[in-house]
Design a binder for this molecule. Sequence first.
Ligand SMILES: [Zn+2]
Length: 200
Amino acid sequence: MTLIACPDCDLLHQRQPLPVGGSARCTRCDAVLYRDNPAEISRHLALVIAALLLFVLANSHPVVTMDLQGQQLSCTLWDAVWVLHDKGLSPLSVVVFLTALVFPLLDTLLLLLLLWPLAQGRPVWGGRILLRVIQRIRPWSMMDVLFLSMLIAVVKLANTAEVIPGVALWSFAALTLLLAALAALEPRTLWERLIEVESA
Ligand SMILES: [Zn+2]
C-alpha cells in the first residue's frame, strides 16, 4: 500500500488504481494527486523513436561543403568537426561535437531506456538515476541549435564552407523541434509513472 501526500495541503491519501486517463484528487482541497499517464508516456516514446531516426538521417547526410586544400568536400556534421579540428579550431570543434552530437544523442537514448519499459508498465532498472541524469543534460542538449548556428556563422566567416539546404539540415531542424517537444514532458509525470510501476 502506498501513501501519497497532497502537493498543496499535505493530507495523506492511499493510492488507488485509476481508470484509463483518470486522475485522483485531494479529498480536502481538490488538488490533483496523480494521473493515469501511460498514454502520455507512449506518445513521448513515439517522439523519442522519431528523434533517433532524425538523428541518424541528420548525421548520415552532408550538411556543409567545405573547401579543403582547394578541394570542395561535402561533409556530414561529424566530418565538419574533424575539419574544424584540422584547421586549428579545436575548442569550437569540441563544443559542436558535444552540443550537436553527444548531448542530443545521450538525451534521446536515455529517454528511450526510461520510456520503453515504462510504456509497457515494467519497472526500470536504475530508473531514478536515469531520470536525474536526463534532467542534468537536458539544458545542454537544448543548445544544439545555438551551437549549430555558431558553427554555420564561423564557417561562413572563414569563407571556407557553404551550408547545404538538404536532408541533413531539415532533419536537424525537425530534430530540434522534437527535442523541444520532449523537454515539455514534465519530470513529475515520469516520477509518478516510475513510482506507480514500482508499487504495482
Ligand atoms: Zn489537498
